[in-house]
Design a protein around this ligand. Structure first.
Ligand code: SF4
Length: 366
């Protein structure tokens, strides 16, 4: 980000035009307008890595169930995870819950971005967003949307994920935020411009309030910024997963509270090198700590995480049960609607219903 590209000369950005555009066009969102720091904190946590349209419903349900930080602090983590089910990145929910307990014990919410950043799960971007929106602190928010806008405005070479690039963008934006007199609106305007008009592909420059100052638009190919490194293919992790039903329950196992999908429930499974045949599935069944009268193949489910691809080879385990029912951590029959279930497991259960019918009745394999 240190050098500028060879581009036609343009004047500096008209930040007033950006604010005017935002105030005339901002999208209605349930967390906007109230300036309740707790609600803004919840919304900014949900918005990490997640689009606004996805967050809306989750936010409404979460605030209806936990309207205050004290209510969240008093909740069981299992209930918090249940409301988060399907939103992904579950460490956000665990950290939010942990941080709510710290705040409730302290008796007050943080007031500055530095104080917010001391809480578990609150990084510099989230801290700046909350403090600028709720306290008017001129702290620049430098999320992926803002990085894209800033690099296009200046036709800046380099990788937008680089920490030095982001620090340089923050330093570039700070005087404009201070001069704006409305740090919260400024940050939200920059983020909203990046999410709506200055999209990664096919930005809608003709509608953009910053177009007169935009070097990338003047060059004619704004999508070329920020430069993208070719992503390495994700490694694939393969598992044989088993669906065993009894009454309204399904045999599920709860993952450890720390780490990937911490605290969520998933099907019993065991790693396999490739798609297993009947003999391989039998071996995997034993490795997953189960026994069953018969196994029947139901299909495959793929789920993509940020750093790997998970492939489940799903088998119906008829009269399946834990091999050692009393063992701590052994799978148990639970109703999937009563607990927070991992997305891949939720999809595998749908596949199993399709393979055997909703009542568990056998369907002829195709
Ligand atoms: S003119 Fe186009 S590329 Fe430049 S900031 Fe606006 S939308 Fe983005």
């Amino acid at each position: 980000m240190a050098r500028m590209g060879r581009t036609p000369k343009t004047a500096g950005p008209d930040w007033g035009a950006l604010l005017g555009w935002y105030r005339a066009n901002r999208r209605e969102m349930p967390w906007r307008g109230a300036a309740d720091p707790y609600a803004v904190w919840v919304s900014e946590t949900m918005l990490q890595q997640t689009r606004v349209e996805t967050v809306r419903g989750y936010f409404d349900r979460f605030l209806a169930r936990f309207p205050t930080v004290e209510a969240l602090a008093a909740a069981d983590l299992a209930d918090v995870l249940k409301l988060w089910e399907g939103l992904g990145y579950y460490s956000r929910a665990r950290h939010l819950h942990e941080a709510a307990r710290l705040v409730a014990a302290r008796g007050r919410l943080p007031a500055t971005s530095a104080e917010w950043a001391e809480l578990p799960g609150v990084g510099p971007y989230t801290a700046a967003a909350i403090a600028s929106i709720c306290s008017g602190e001129p702290a620049p928010v430098v999320d992926g949307n803002v990085v894209r806008v800033a690099m296009r405005l200046r036709a800046a070479p380099g990788d937008g994920r680089d920490a030095r690039t982001r620090a340089e963008i923050a330093a570039w934006l700070r005087p404009a935020i201070e001069a704006s007199g409305a740090p919260g609106d400024f940050n939200q305007a920059a983020m909203e411009l990046g999410e709506t008009l200055c999209a990664p592909k096919a930005p809608r420059c003709l509608l953009c309030p910053l177009r007169p100052a935009c070097r990338a638009a003047a060059e004619g190919d704004p999508s070329a910024y920020p430069a993208r490194r070719a992503a390495a293919p994700l490694p694939e992790r393969r598992f044989a997963a088993f669906v065993a039903r009894r009454g309204g329950g399904v045999l599920l196992v709860r993952r450890p509270e720390e780490g990937l999908l911490g605290g969520l429930w998933e099907l019993p499974m065991a790693p396999v090198a490739r798609r297993p045949g009947p003999a391989g599935a039998r071996r995997a069944l034993a490795a997953a700590g189960l026994r069953a009268e018969a196994l029947r193949e139901a299909g495959e489910v793929e789920h993509v995480f940020s750093h790997f691809r998970q492939r489940l080879y799903v088998w119906l385990a008829e009269d399946g049960a834990p091999a050692e029912p009393g063992r701590p951590g052994a799978p148990a029959f639970v109703r999937p609607d009563d607990v927070a279930v991992a997305t891949a497991t939720r999809r595998a259960l749908a596949l199993a219903v399709g393979a055997s019918g909703p009542s568990g009745r056998r369907k002829r394999p195709r």
